[in-house]
Design a protein around this ligand. Structure first.
Ligand code: IMP
Length: 438
């Protein structure tokens, strides 16, 4: 049985939650490997809408083992709240495991995130304000607190009494912050640690054993390739590695353990927050995509910037992740346009660029070169098979396949689980997990 990685191929919000939920039906273990509660995964089951920020999207299926790997940063308050909300809504039949090596987000991280953002003036990154960046900075600076230490009261108190005075000096000197009280943080967080202790384990062992037993394992990426701290539009990126390369280090497994890498991409492009976006549209077309696609952030509610599909971006994602398959989402949103466009290259200072440039200046100056496709007027509600899609919609998907160079194995035409068309051979049963290609 293969292990399948699901990664974002654009700037996040590609519909990974829905695709993970769909594939999770056949998975035994669903693993997050990076990010934290900056993610927002929307899963629609019947008339219920679940918005998950931290817990893997696989949790909605009964009997799954869900894992937060060592590469995730965990806000204990958010995790306990999210667990309670799921339990209250009757979602109880999953088991959650949190890596002993995952780092903890504490109140000073959130405050530091806000203060740093405010101090950036016009150069704001528009972070989600959840303390993600500062928690990763502390991890790399070796002043973070790991779950294994968080759930040991003595050790937690000891670490807080070393870290909090340092933070107070830093935040006081830079921003005039009055400071935090280590004892207060301890009193507030010790009960949460108590609640989470039974979930904390060596998840690297758990995942390796599941793989060795031939279980289906899904790796669920958050954010997207263009938000990757190395491969994204730096500095307008998140602080982790959402690309496939982040899986091995963020879970504690070999890169050789990943069989298939499925890139999720919207049939158009969106971005929240600031930073380059070559195919961004303004005016009526953008507004129409935003309203039809309900393009508002799951985590912050911010309106998303919208534009045409950018094959240069997704080719970049195909290369840095080694995508074996694409899942194309939001085809329904594009219905009703007379024509739809795909950016095939950039024109920059008289040169044609085929590869996504690293230079922000080049990205600002470049003009998209578009290929135009015929639109399709039809409403796609109720379409159950690829063959029943309007010919123009199929031609559009095939055009993307050609321009990106990766086969589109899944086409999503709505938020519901049933609005998912699978084009490639699948495993027996309901066949949600992709079979290896010949
Ligand atoms: P941070 O991850 O909160 O530090 O935010 C850094 C950048 O990544 C900001 O532009 C955020 O809007 C963006 N970002 C973080 N998480 C997501 C996500 O799940 N979807 C889309 N954008 C995100």
């Amino acid at each position: 049985m293969p292990s399948v990685a699901i990664v974002g191929s654009q700037w996040g919000d590609e519909g990974k939650g829905k695709i993970t939920d769909f594939l999770a039906e056949e998975a035994d273990v669903v693993v997050r490997y990076q990010g934290g509660n900056n993610a927002g995964h929307t899963v629609v089951v019947g008339d219920q809408v679940f918005k998950l920020h931290l817990i893997p999207s696989g949790a909605i299926h009964p009997g799954k083992r869900c894992v937060l790997g060592n590469g995730v940063v965990v806000d204990p308050k958010v995790l306990v709240d999210e667990l309670r909300q799921l339990w209250e809504r009757g979602v109880t039949q999953f088991s959650l495991y949190v890596s002993e090596r995952a780092h903890v987000i504490l109140p000073y991280h959130r405050v530091q995130d806000e203060l740093e953002e405010a101090s950036r003036g016009d150069g704001k990154l528009a972070t989600t304000g959840r303390g993600i960046g500062p928690a990763y900075v502390d991890k790399v600076a070796r002043s973070g607190i790991r779950m294994i230490d968080f759930v040991d009261p003595q050790r937690f108190r000891q670490l807080l009494s070393a870290v909090v005075p340092q933070k107070n000096r830093l935040l006081g000197a830079l921003y005039g912050h009055p400071g935090f009280d280590a004892d207060e943080i301890f009193e507030e967080y010790a009960p949460l640690a108590e609640e989470l202790r039974p979930l904390v384990t060596d998840t690297s062992v758990l995942v390796a054993e599941a793989l060795a037993e031939g279980r289906n394992v899904l790796f669920e990426g958050a954010q997207g390739t263009l938000l990757d701290v190395d491969h994204g539009t730096y500095p307008f990126v998140t602080s982790s590695s959402p690309t496939a390369g982040g899986i091995a280090s963020g879970v504690g497994i070999s890169p050789r353990a990943i069989d298939r890498i499925l890139g999720v991409a919207k049939a158009y492009t969106t971005r929240v927050g600031t930073g380059p976006f070559p195919t961004e549209l303004t005016g009526a077309t953008a507004e129409r995509i935003r309203e039809r696609g309900k393009e508002y952030g799951t985590t912050t509610g911010r309106p998303r910037r919208c534009g045409w599909f950018d094959a240069v971006v997704v080719r970049h994602a195909a290369r840095v992740n080694g995508l074996t398959d694409l899942a194309l989402t939001g085809i329904d949103t594009l219905g009703g346009f007379d024509e739809v466009k795909v950016c095939v290259a950039y024109r920059c200072g008289g040169r044609r660029l085929e590869h996504f440039p690293s230079s922000l200046q080049a990205l600002d100056e470049c003009e998209p070169v578009y290929e135009t496709f015929e639109g399709w007027p039809e409403d796609l509600t109720g379409v159950e098979r690829w063959e029943d899609l309007p010919a123009a919609a199929r031609a559009y998907v095939e055009g993307i396949e050609r321009l990106v160079g990766v086969p589109v194995s899944i086409v999503s035409i709505g938020r519901a689980r049933s609005a998912t068309l699978v084009r490639e051979p699948l495993f027996p049963g309901k066949g949600a997990v992709l079979a290896p290609r010949a």
